[in-house]
Write a new protein. Structure first.
Length: 129
């Protein structure tokens, strides 16, 4: 149902992701909005890695609600507010994703709606009916 592509004609990925993921026709798609590093009780951890873990747990909850799991993710888009947060995000991501890893984009942005947020992650998942 999913075909992960890492074409030999281009450079291998810099980290744990696929260059592309093909989704067969007829699959259900789930688009998960950007999730921030905030707990259900409104607590916001200081570290970027803990915030990333909360983002990914929120995505996991959305996936579960749709009858899906991390293996159904075809693309992750992540945003961090500082280059210093890249490694922390990637550590949390690498614990969350399954092999083969989804397609992925990671960008440094100037900020989010509130200054205490350091990480935001959104996902696209697909599953055959």
């Amino acid at each position: 149902m999913l075909r992960h592509l890492v074409p030999p004609a281009i450079r291998r990925p810099f980290a744990r992701y696929s260059h592309a993921v093909e989704v067969e026709a007829g699959a259900r798609l789930l688009l998960v909005s950007g999730q921030l590093g905030i707990a259900a009780d409104d607590a916001i951890p200081e570290s970027a890695e803990e915030q990333a873990e909360l983002c990914l747990r929120a995505i996991a909850a959305c996936l579960a609600e749709a009858g899906m799991g991390p293996g159904d993710i075809v693309r992750l888009n992540a945003y961090v507010t500082d280059r210093a947060h890249l490694a922390a995000y990637m550590a949390a991501r690498d614990r969350f994703v399954v092999d083969p890893a989804p397609a992925s984009t990671l960008m440094i942005v100037s900020g989010f709606a509130r200054p205490e947020f350091k990480v935001e992650v959104e996902a696209l998942a697909a599953k055959a009916d």
